[in-house]
Design a protein around this ligand. Sequence first.
Ligand code: NI
Length: 391
Amino acid sequence: MHPTMENVKNSHSEFKAWLISLRRSLHEIPEPGFKEEKTSKFIQGVLKELGISFRANVAKTGIIAELGKGSPCVAIRADMDALKIEEKTGLPFKSRHPGFMHACGHDGHMAMALGACSLLKQMEDKIGGKVRFIFQPAEEGLGGAKYMIEEGALQDVSYIFGGHIDRHYRVGEVVVQDGLICAFSDSFKIDIFGKDGHAARPYEAIDSIVISAHLVTAIQSLVTRELNPTYPSVISIGKIRAGSAHNIIAGHATLYGTVRTTHPEIRKKVLKRFRALVEAFVGSLNAQVYLEFIDSYPPVINDKEATEIAKEAAKSTPGIKKVVSDMPPSLGGEDFSYYLEKVPGCFVRFGALIEGQENIPAHSAKFDFNEDVLEIGANFFKNVAITALNK
Ligand code: NI
C-alpha cells in the first residue's frame, strides 16, 4: 500500500492501517548496516508525500528530517538496519531479501517515527520549536549513531528520545526509567592457533577445536566465580569457526562473542581477567592465542529530567495503560548511548507481546511483534517531542 497524505489525515483506524502498511513494506526489505538503500529510499518517499523536508545520505544511508522552526530543537531517533537471519515466520509480508530479516523491531521503530512525522505535520504551525527525526543506519554492532553525530545529527538538540519494541511487555505497557538501562557491550574475537594434523594421530597436532571447547566452559566460570553477582554480567560466545573435514585436526579456530556488564568497575575487572584467563588457558594447552576486542558500546544511561518528560508524555498517550519504571537493567547493547553521551535524553521500551507467543525472543528467525504498538509509539514520539519543547 502506498501512503498518501489523504489516508493519513483520515480516521484513527486508517492511521493505524497506514502504520501497519509502512511497517510491513519495510519488513519486506531488510538490509544490513550502512546498506539500507531501499529502506532509505522508502522513508524518503514517505517524507516527500508528507511534505516534510529532509537531508538524505547522512552517514551513508541515514536521513535527518525536520518539522517546525526556530529553537529549541528536540530529536527523535529510529534505527534502520536489519539482522543477518533467514526469516522463518511464514508471514505474508516476510523478508524478500534472503538471509536478512527485521528480527527485533527496527521496521516498527521506523513506522512509529514516520507516524509521529505525519501527526506533527498536521500541527506544524503549533510546534514551539523544531522536531528533528534521525533515521539512523547500522545500530546492530556498527555504531551508526556515532557517524550520525559526526554529521551533525545533534546540532542544537536539547533533548533526544528513542525507543525499542520489547516483547517482554504487553501492548500498553511502556518502560520509562532513569539511570542505566542497557549494558556496556564489548565484542571480541579469539583466534586460537594450534597445529593441523591427521585426525587419527592427534598427538602429532595441536587441536584447536578441543581447546575451544574447554575455553568456552572455562570462560563461564569467570562470570560465576569472580564477579559480584549483584551486578549483572554475561559473557556469551555466539560464533565458532574451525575445521575443514571430519578426518583433519583443525589447527586454527576463531571464536566470536560479547561481554556485557552494568558497572564500570566490574567491566574493567572482567575485561582484564578475561584476557588473562584466555591467554593463560590457551597457552597452557600449547597453542598460541590472539584476543581482540572488536567493538564496544557504552551503556545507555537515561537522564533524570528527560525521563520525567518521557513519563509525562507517556501518561497522556492514548493506548498506554501502564508506565513501568522498575525494570532490571537489560544486558542488551544499544548505540543510542552515543547520543546520550552528548545530550540528555531517554530511551524507552514499548511492550509488544503477541499473546500466545511468549517464548519467541528478539533476534530469532520467528520473531514478530504485536502491531498494535505502532500507533502507541507514533503518538508517544509526537507527545514526547511536544512535551520536551515546552520545557
Ligand atoms: Ni534492536
